[in-house]
Design a binder for this molecule. Sequence first.
Ligand SMILES: Cc1cc2nc3c(=O)[nH]c(=O)nc-3n(C[C@H](O)[C@H](O)[C@H](O)COP(=O)(O)OP(=O)(O)OC[C@H]3O[C@@H](n4cnc5c(N)ncnc54)[C@H](O)[C@@H]3O)c2cc1C
Length: 441
Amino acid sequence: MSDHPRVEIYTKTDCPYCEKAKDLFDSKGVDYVTYNVTGDEERFEEMKERANGRETAPEVFIDDELIGGWDDTSALDATGALDEKLGIAEETDDVVEHRNLIITGTGIAALTAGIYAARSDNDPLLFEGDEPGGQLTLTSEVDNYPGFPEGINGTTLVNDMKEQAKRFGAELEHGIVASVDDGVRPFRVTLENGDVYTADAVIAASGASARTLGIPGEDELMGYGVSTCATCDGAFFRGEDMVVVGGGDAAAEEAVFLTKFAETVYLVHRRDELRAEDYWENRVREHVESGDIEVLWNTEATEIHGSPQDGVDSVDLVYHPEGHPTAKLDDAQTEERALDVGAFFVAIGHTPNTSYLEETGVELDDEGYLRTQGGHGAGQTKTDVEGIFGAGDVVDFHYQQAVTAAGMGSKAALDADEYLEGALSGATGEAEGSAEAPADD
Ligand SMILES: Cc1cc2nc3c(=O)[nH]c(=O)nc-3n(C[C@H](O)[C@H](O)[C@H](O)COP(=O)(O)OP(=O)(O)OC[C@H]3O[C@@H](n4cnc5c(N)ncnc54)[C@H](O)[C@@H]3O)c2cc1C
């Protein structure tokens, strides 16, 4: 019998978070068994029962103990507790390692930066964060990334970029950066599990996380019919009516994707027009014409009803002819209604992942996006702290596309290379520069 704990993972077909869970255990060299619940009702019911009624995959168990989904597993990993449960925890000294360049994230921006930085011999180390591969792993269909005439699966694109970065010597490790100390050189980069690394330069490419509505029922039913990832969970609710909340690209794409499974998709938007690019608006319109999407204009959700045992039952909605109805609840024109649905998807945008930079001299805007020099959105990559650079959605609140993230990742690596050449040769003295001093343009 094996000395190691028994790891079991319930998975489904085309489930990016299931792949992330498997990758995590693979990266630790830990064996596991998988049970694919797609099309296997008996396994699905078994998973539900063992996971206290949860209906999402993956569900991870270690020695029969429920660890939970990807978020729970990755959160446990970030604290080091997962390694303890697996019996592979190591005693570590204060500073684990020094690198020329540390990059936060393994999304499109970080991986592109990793490819460029590795090719420039800058020895990059990338930390995966809590969403290895970033947001693009949540979509099965990427049709607008140049070079793929037939389109490409998001996870495939990201995995290919990972292989490309590794080919030139970039290293990828699981870990969430908790803070960066910019008062010393080299920078001290501390992970949530307490490990400390040092680096001569840092590229922040930590993207942005899905926002939620904060309405009653949302937290309680998250994972039980409420989700922020249609590609991960849509198939679980085949044949049900479903709600998607939002009016941008992500909401339009998720609504279109869900038509594969839903009886009807209700796209709930608080204004009277979408903010999605024309391509997605047209796709939504086609599905409206064929009757499988209904757009509920000027409408907001106020409460989700259901239970962890039975999932989502219904959602309360409010409507006002001039939009933003929750701001006009006392208005005579505001109408309330309940809609019976079996699933509820939130697609209302993102919050930048920059909390680890809050104590540094790096300037953040009111929403927490990183300010870099050179203009709006996809501008240049230098922050207010020499040696710390920003790239991708964590900076570029406007464009937020894979190709713009990639472009900015390459710029950040080139800017970091220029900085490192000066800093490491001592030519500019930048390595000893004050954290407060603004970078030269
Ligand atoms: C459902 C969906 C579909 C999409 N479809 C398309 C499409 O078809 N075409 C397109 O161009 N764009 C698409 N996008 C947008 C695209 O995915 C993003 O613009 C792109 O992924 C941004 O890349 P990024 O590297 O800046 O950030 P992200 O992809 O968000 O990656 C951020 C990375 O940082 C990590 N991280 C976060 N915090 C920390 C921390 N503290 N420490 C270490 N690491 C951290 C995360 O784990 C992650 O690896 C889609 C987005 C979604 C959600």
